[in-house]
Ligand binder design. Structure first.
Ligand SMILES: [Mg+2]
Length: 415
C-alpha cells in the first residue's frame, strides 16, 4: 500500500461517541488478554485504552472500546450481544466481568502533574492513608499508583495531577516529617527522564565515614577534629577555616597512613548499586568532597566515576605538612564543581541531581535540578528539594522513577 492509500488514522472518539469499559477480574493465567480481545474482535470495535495489573496472581484488565455499531446504523442490539458474549467467555474461565456504558475517552488528567515517591521502612497503612488524604486535600487527584521496589525499602509512586508541584511538595514535607517516611515530589514530564548527571558528596554520603576523622585517629587527635567537623557541618563554622584547622592537626603524620585510611573507608550500603545502575542507564556520575583526593581518586578508580574533585593533603618528604594544596573545595566550591561537571558532561543544570548530607552541600543541592538530602542534618533536610532518611544510597534511584526490577535486570546483563 502506498502512502497515499493509507486510510486516515481513527481519531480518539469524541465526547458524544458511545464507548464501553470492559473490566475483567480474577485468577491470572496465560491467554486471558488474547482471549478477551478475540471475543471483542467479533464486534469490530476499536481499542481506546488498556490497563492491566497483576497483583499476587490476580488480574485486573480494563479495556475501553468503542461501542459496536451495526452496519445498518440501528442501535442497541449488538451492544447487548457483546455484553452477553463477554460475560459467557468470562464465566467459562471463572473470571468476573463488568461492562459499563459511557461516552468518549477517559477524562483528561488535570494540569500540574507530579510524581510523588514514598519510601517506607516499612510502609504502613496508616502512613499511606495520611499521604493519600494529604494529596487529595490539596485538590489534586491520584491518577495512578504503583510499586517501584520492595527492597531495601518499600517504594511506591503516585502519579498525581491537579495541583502545582511546589504546593504538593510543601504539603507532603510536613506529612513526611510527622509520619517518618520519605516523600519526594518531582514534576512530571520529559525533564525527569532527561536527568543525565548525578553528583554526590563523599563523607557520610557515598561513604559512611568522615575521612578526616580516619586520619585523625592515626594522628591521635580524633576528639579535637571531630568537634570541629561537627560544628562545621552544623553550619556554625566557616568550612575553609575549619578545614585548615583540622588539617593542621595532622601535621607530621606519616604518608603511609594514606593507604591505611583508603582501606578503612566503608562505602554506604547501596553505593555500588547506585553507581552501577546509573552507569548502565548512561548517566555520568561524579563526586565532590571537602575531604581529600588521596581518597576520592581511589573511589573514582574503584567505582568508575566520571568526575571527582576534592582537596589535596600536602605531603613533603613522606610526611603530611598539615596543609592542603590547590583549589579549596568548600560550600561554594561544590556548587561551582557541579556546574563545571555539568558543562563538561554537556548536561543542562536543570537535568542534574545532587546528593549530600552536610551544610557545605546546600549550594550544590539548590543549584541542581533535583537536590537530595541524604540522611542529612536538619538544616540541610529542610532546605533541600527532597530528603532520604533511610541508610541505603540506592533508594535515590526510586526518586528518579527507576524500579527495583530495572536495577536487577541491569545487574543480570552486567559483563
Ligand atoms: Mg558529607
Amino acid at each position: 500500500m502506498s502512502a497515499s492509500q493509507i486510510p486516515p488514522a481513527t481519531a480518539v472518539p469524541g465526547d458524544d461517541v458511545p464507548t464501553l469499559l470492559v473490566k475483567i477480574f480474577g485468577k491470572d493465567r496465560p491467554g486471558i488478554t488474547a482471549g478477551l480481545f478475540d471475543t471483542l474482535a467479533a464486534y469490530s470495535v476499536d481499542v481506546v485504552d488498556i490497563e492491566q495489573v497483576v497483583t499476587r496472581g490476580r488480574i485486573v484488565l480494563c479495556v475501553l472500546v468503542t461501542s459496536p455499531v451495526p452496519a445498518d446504523g440501528s442501535s442497541g442490539v449488538t451492544e447487548g450481544d457483546l455484553r452477553a458474549t463477554v460475560h459467557s467467555w468470562a464465566e467459562s474461565l471463572n473470571l468476573q466481568a463488568e461492562i459499563i456504558s459511557g461516552t468518549g475517552d477517559n477524562r483528561p488528567r488535570g494540569t500540574g502533574r507530579s510524581h510523588v515517591t514514598v519510601l517506607g521502612h516499612p510502609l504502613t497503612a496508616e502512613s499511606t492513608a495520611a499521604i493519600a488524604a494529604a494529596i487529595t486535600g490539596t485538590g489534586a487527584n491520584i491518577d495512578r499508583i504503583f510499586r517501584l521496589a520492595k527492597y531495601p525499602v518499600t517504594a511506591v509512586e503516585f502519579a498525581v495531577s491537579g495541583t502545582a508541584t511546589d504546593t504538593l511538595r510543601t504539603t507532603l514535607a510536613i506529612e513526611a516529617a510527622a509520619l517518618e517516611v520519605d516523600i519526594a515530589v518531582v514534576s512530571s514530564g520529559l525533564q525527569r527522564r532527561a536527568q543525565r548527571l548525578v553528583v554526590m558528596d563523599v563523607d557520610s554520603t557515598l561513604i559512611q565515614d568522615e575521612v578526616i576523622e580516619l586520619f585523625a585517629a592515626h594522628a591521635g587527635c580524633e576528639a579535637e577534629v571531630a568537634a570541629v567537623t561537627t560544628a562545621a557541618m552544623r553550619g556554625e563554622l566557616d568550612f575553609e577555616e575549619s578545614l585548615h584547622a583540622r588539617v593542621a592537626l595532622l601535621k607530621g603524620l606519616d604518608a603511609s597512613v594514606v593507604d591505611l585510611v583508603r582501606k578503612e573507608v566503608r562505602l554506604t550500603p547501596g553505593a555500588r548499586t547506585l553507581v552501577r545502575t546509573l552507569k548502565h542507564l548512561g548517566y555520568q556520575v561524579g563526586v565532590v568532597s571537602g575531604g581529600f583526593t588521596q581518597v576520592t581518586d581511589a573511589l573514582q578508580e574503584e567505582l568508575g566515576l566520571d568526575f571527582a574533585s576534592a582537596n589535596t593533603l600536602e605531603i613533603v618528604d613522606g610526611k603530611l605538612t598539615g596543609k592542603v594544596t590547590g583549589e579549596i573545595v568548600d560550600r561554594a566550591g561544590k556548587a561551582r564543581l557541579l556546574r563545571r561537571f555539568a558543562q563538561e558532561a554537556g548536561v543542562p543544570l536543570a537535568q542534574t541531581v545532587a546528593i549530600g548530607d552536610g551544610a557545605n552541600d546546600l549550594d550544590m543541592l539548590n543549584a541542581a535540578g533535583l537536590g537530595v538530602a541524604f540522611n542529612a542534618k536538619p538544616l540541610v533536610r529542610q532546605a533541600a528539594h527532597t530528603a532520604v532518611n533511610v541508610p541505603f544510597l540506592d533508594t535515590v534511584l526510586y526518586l528518579l522513577g527507576i524500579t527495583r526490577e530495572e536495577v536487577e535486570a541491569a545487574d543480570t546483563h552486567d559483563d
